[in-house]
Write a protein that binds this ligand. Structure first.
Ligand code: ATP
Length: 281
């Protein structure tokens, strides 16, 4: 078998005898013990065998590696071939009641190394909400002083209350190696697109239908009839802004997990981009 392999390699020796000139004089000393097994010019004709010659022992893995390094002219390094992916800013947006909080809460459980930026707001706390977790509930005065001191990435007046994103949280999380998730309404997403351009990933969440979205909002029982009217009318208008987003994810009734998996898939895809997004804030 070995004999047949050698004869066949001997016949095809011409295909591998040409190497770049640089390979002939490697920049590092070749181990003495391997000199016999690694001629400076490879030619399988030197391996011709007769039946009574002792078999040439096959090189060990280490010998093969050293030989390859010798012929290629440089040692193999364990350094990563590509640098680690950049940290991301993922902006999750969508009309009121579409399930932004629901998706984000699930993502919080399923994905590590994500920082969910806590928005500062002047709106009153809803039952079950926790200050510092759901929002930073602040007074109008302190909110406006943060805005004046340029401490907010963006802010807006939403349904009569201020909402804004503290810059400090984003900087600290990203420098600690975490990706950052921002949950904003459509108006906020539009502003962030203007500020961040293509450096952030914009995800638009939608319900499977307008009827499903309105039902969810009504079932939540957190808005008065008048507030519902404004939110639903606004939502109709907001779907038109879909075009300025990078991805759209349908959060269908009873299929929250599927929507969360899609958002995770988007993050994974972004991490595999050849041309990574670079955030500067
Ligand atoms: N896939 C789903 N199936 C069923 N119910 C859902 C789904 N996603 C969200 N919900 C429910 O719909 C209601 C609205 O969701 P959520 O509060 O997350 O919306 P939102 O987009 O954050 O709204 P807002 O912008 O008004 O704060 C909640 O009661 C939530 O539990």
């Amino acid at each position: 078998m070995f004999h047949r392999l050698c004869s066949s390699l001997s016949r095809s020796s011409s295909i591998i005898t040409t190497f770049p000139k640089s390979i002939k004089s490697p920049p590092f000393p070749f181990p003495r013990s391997l000199r016999r097994a690694a001629p400076t010019t490879l030619s399988f004709s030197s391996f011709k065998m007769s039946d009574n010659q002792p078999p040439i022992p096959s090189p060990t893995k280490q010998e093969t590696l050293r030989s390859l390094e010798f012929h290629l002219g440089s040692p193999f390094t364990p350094d990563p071939i590509v640098p680690p992916p950049n940290q991301l800013i993922i902006v999750i947006s969508g009309p009121s009641g579409v399930g932004k909080d629901a998706v984000i809460n699930k993502l919080r459980e399923s994905r590590e190394r994500l920082h969910f930026v806590v928005t500062a707001t002047t709106r009153p706390m809803r039952p079950g909400e926790v200050d510092g977790k759901d929002y930073f509930f602040v007074t109008r005065e302190s909110f406006l002083s943060m805005a004046e001191n340029d401490e907010l990435l963006e802010y807006a007046l939403v349904y009569g209350e201020y909402k804004g994103i503290p810059k400090k949280q984003i900087r600290e999380s990203m420098s600690g190696g975490e990706d950052v998730v921002l949950r904003v309404d459509i108006q906020g997403a539009q502003t962030l697109r203007r500020i961040l351009g293509n450096s952030a990933v914009f995800v638009f969440l939608v319900a499977e239908s307008e009827a499903a979205m309105v039902e969810r909002l009504v079932d939540r029982k957190t808005e008065s009839q008048e507030e519902l009217l404004v939110r639903v009318a606004t939502a109709r208008e907001e779907v038109r802004h879909l075009k300025s987003f990078d991805y759209v994810v349908v959060n269908a009734q009873g299929r929250l997990d599927e929507a969360v998996r899609r958002v995770e898939a988007i993050i994974d895809a972004e991490k595999s981009r050849v041309h990574q997004r670079v955030v500067r804030i």
